[in-house]
Design a protein around this ligand. Structure first.
Ligand code: ADP
Length: 230
């Protein structure tokens, strides 16, 4: 399934947050979406997932305009927002049952997803009892419950310890084999470990869109990033 962003612009009041950005991604691609704070990453992700409306441009999933087919398109898009909003008092399984109901997916999917994100031993715990790494797994599980083709992950590994980082990365790699994944992160090693493509955004404009190999042929990713965004 393909994701296409065409000429998206977004203003907050008079401030231009996105300036006619365009890019695309296809199944089996894990695209690292990089940029300094305030570059426009979250805004782009919110527009892809229909949480925000662009002032101009379109988002196409498999050629269909997301804004014109919101209900249908939501079935194809999974989203883990930056501040992973969870109901802390709910039990893990109860929360996933609640999300499953919203998406009208069966109980069977919950069991499958709990296995996929390795939450079996924590499914009867309250969300507030979980470590940050497990909370991220719950957020990922919620984003994956309806088996979307496109997965939007906004800084999914921020605040995780090295072991949690590793296991969430492995999970993203596994998921990325069959889905289109757009992953924002500030961790360059993470991009090198899991992404096959890199898009860099700066001040609302795309300044690089290449395979990881092409982008890092002559310089490290950190140096390329610094040159394009400082
Ligand atoms: P990033 O995710 O790359 O840090 P954002 O998309 O959050 O960037 O922000 C892009 C720009 O838009 C920034 O200048 C930010 O201050 C501004 N911005 C983001 N959200 C809002 C908002 N709700 N109201 C006003 N300005 C916003």
């Amino acid at each position: 399934m393909s994701l296409e962003i065409k000429n998206i612009s977004k203003y907050y009041g008079k401030q231009k947050a996105l300036d006619a950005i365009s890019f695309s991604a296809k199944s089996g691609e894990i695209v690292g979406f990089l940029g300094p704070n305030g570059a426009g990453k979250s805004t782009t992700m919110k527009i892809i997932t229909s949480y925000l409306k662009p002032d101009d441009g379109v988002v196409l999933v498999n050629g269909l305009d997301v804004s014109k087919n919101q209900k249908e398109m939501k079935k194809h898009i999974g989203y883990l927002p930056e501040h992973n909003p969870l109901y802390a008092d709910m039990y893990v399984k109860e929360y996933l049952q609640f999300i499953a109901k919203l998406h009208q997916v069966s109980e069977e999917n919950i069991t499958k997803i709990i296995q996929l994100v390795q939450l079996e031993s924590h499914s009867i715990k309250q969300i507030k009892e979980l470590s940050k790494g497990y909370m991220q797994r719950v957020g990922l599980a919620a984003a994956l419950l309806h088996d979307p083709d496109v997965l939007i992950l906004d800084e999914p590994t921020t605040g995780l310890d090295p072991n949690q980082l590793l296991s969430i990365r492995q999970l993203i790699q596994e998921i990325g084999k069959t889905k289109t994944v757009l992953l924002s992160t500030h961790i360059m090693q993470e991009v090198e470990a899991v992404c096959n493509r890199v898009i860099i955004i700066n001040k609302g404009k795309i300044v690089a869109d290449k395979s990881l190999d092409d982008l890092t042929k002559e310089k490290t990713l950190t140096n390329v990033f610094a040159e394009l965004t400082s």
